[in-house]
Design a protein around this ligand. Structure first.
Ligand code: XMP
Length: 506
């Protein structure tokens, strides 16, 4: 394992992904927890991230100096480099001008960090502070026109640092530099695969659950399905999957999920709770309220079903890394409280939570699903939010609006599949806006709803680009929906990326 010490920079998750792309497992810890974790885990390497602070600020994030004495290789990036330099007796100063953007750099290719690279490279810089004097026993291994120490090393102590950001794609050979650190310096072998992850996770789940039983909230989406498969491998019939049909699913979805899991050998219960959910949501139009209500109601339903089963010790969920980050569990700002994290009521009737995918990104979850032998259509299912269509009907939810949205969304999905775009567009769906506009159908005036279509390409769902769906495909979708679905007389396509928009509309 490699430990990524989070100093609060914006590229922290990206660093983790880059490490994992090399089949090296890593975990991210906030700086104040890092050293105890490092001692516990005995990682093969440590990476310090960048961060917004300046090492001279009183509240600048710091970790214990002993991290440099453990004999474990350390790579400091940006703020991480400045912290290393200052702590070990070097000097950090503020430059007159910020160095920002793609920058030409001269590197010493004799350093293991730059093995196989050119003497002139292009890197991504973003800093004002810089290392003015390196600590004793260090040597400079890269510089730019404005930055005397763009990288430094103490080979004997295996301490390395870069002022620029190798994790960002604009650093042309950033991948190779990180690879060099991991393989040449830390001695990683790249043996972290989903097969190994599954093995470890299954062991851990078994130990945690013991002889207890566990109830899983199964939505039929990729995450909860993969979690179900994993937990089922660990504890077999101690697991019961509860599928709550909250009445906010897409067309035919409830039946599809039931068919897929009923015959899987797992214990599976479908609860029809649509009246209950829709009742609670009546008159509610504020998105965060909707999420909170749905999250809370979910838990109540599980508790009740759990009681019917007998003693339930654990509740399992398919929470994944981006949910954790975006719900403010890390230090990032709260954008949306995803129901399976932020919406959790304080009092829950279970001993604990089992969230075996908590540290995985979406594409890793799919890989794991394939590894566990789940059918392809489940593994490649596009993500569907826990609150379902509740956050795709803008404003107040009614059964009529849900029916309209379901039909329109089904046509959209059908045509995207017909056009062979269902793998390349990572998430696509229809949104029923609360906007009504005037139209003309035959000889009659209509005054009906505007439907919005959304399609995005993304790998991590934390950032996304709007999908360039060909005009003729959009045209076909548009005319089919207006012709086949009552109460929609206008269709728009969403052409905003995330950020500044989010993927869902609420
Ligand atoms: P946003 O809209 O935040 O969505 O850009 C990012 C991804 O998360 C899904 N999403 C949710 N998933 N509960 C969930 O389980 C939620 O409340 C929720 N809100 C958004 C969204 O579909 C997209 O894949």
């Amino acid at each position: 394992v490699v430990v990524v010490v989070d100093f609060g920079g914006q590229y922290n998750q990206l660093i983790a992904r880059r490490v994992r792309e090399n089949h090296v497992y890593c975990e991210v810890y906030p700086y104040h927890k890092a050293v105890s974790k490092i001692k516990e885990l005995q990682p093969q390497g440590i990476i310090f991230t960048g961060g917004p602070a300046s090492v001279y600020e009183e509240k600048a994030p710091k970790i214990e100096e002993e991290v440099f004495q453990l004999g474990i290789p350390v790579l400091g990036l940006c703020y991480g480099m400045q912290f290393m330099a200052q702590t070990l007796g070097g000097e950090v100063e503020q430059a007159d001008m910020r160095e920002f953007g793609k920058t030409a750099i001269s590197v010493n290719t004799a350093s293991p960090l730059f093995k196989g690279l050119q003497e002139q490279e292009t890197v991504w810089m973003s800093h004002t502070d810089y290392v003015a004097k390196i600590p004793v026993d260090f040597e400079i291994i890269a510089h730019t026109e404005n930055c005397p120490v763009a990288a430094m090393q103490n080979k004997a102590k295996k301490l390395y640092a870069m002022q620029y950001h190798p994790e960002v794609l604009h650093t042309e050979h950033g991948k190779e530099m990180l690879h060099n650190f991991l393989f040449e310096i830390c001695g990683c072998t790249g043996s972290w695969t989903m097969a190994n992850y599954a093995k470890t996770a299954i062991d851990t789940i078994r130990k945690t659950i013991g002889t207890g039983n566990v109830v899983l909230a199964l939505s039929g989406g990729v995450d909860s399905s993969v979690a179900a498969a994993l937990i089922s491998k660990a504890v077999g019939s101690q697991l019961t999957c509860i599928f709550v049909d909250h009445g906010l699913l897409r067309k035919n979805e409830g039946d599809e999920v039931e068919t897929a899991f009923k015959n899987s050998g797992m214990k599976f219960i479908r609860v029809d709770a649509s009246d209950r959910f829709l009742g609670k949501l009546k008159g509610v139009s504020e998105p965060e309220r909707k999420r909170k209500i749905i999250g809370e109601e979910f838990i109540r339903v599980f508790e009740e079903e759990g009681r019917k089963i007998g003693t339930v010790d654990y509740l399992a969920q398919g929470t994944i890394y981006p949910d954790v980050i975006e719900s403010g569990a890390g230090d990032a700002a709260v954008i949306k409280s995803h129901h399976n994290v932020g919406g959790l009521p304080a009092v829950v009737d279970f001993k604990g939570l089992i969230e075996p995918l908590r540290n995985l990104f979406k594409d890793e979850v799919r890989e794991l699903g394939a590894e566990l032998g789940l059918p392809e259509y489940l593994v490649w299912r596009q993500p569907f939010p826990g609150p379902g269509l509740a956050i795709r009907v803008m404003g107040e939810i009614t059964t009529e609006k849900l029916a309209v949205l379901r039909d329109a969304d089904a046509i959209f999905r059908e045509e995207i599949a017909n056009a062979g775009l269902n793998r390349s567009i990572n998430q696509y769906f229809a949104v029923l806006t609360s906007n009504r506009t005037v139209g003309v159908m035959g000889d009659f005036r209509t005054y009906d709803y505007t439907l919005a279509l959304r399609g995005v390409t993304t790998t991590d769902f934390m950032t996304a680009d709007w999908a360039r769906i060909p005009y003729d495909v959009l045209d076909k979708i548009s005319s089919r929906i207006v012709n086949e679905v009552d109460h929609i007389n206008r269709i728009v396509y969403d052409i905003t990326s995330k950020p500044p928009a989010t993927i869902e509309w609420e």
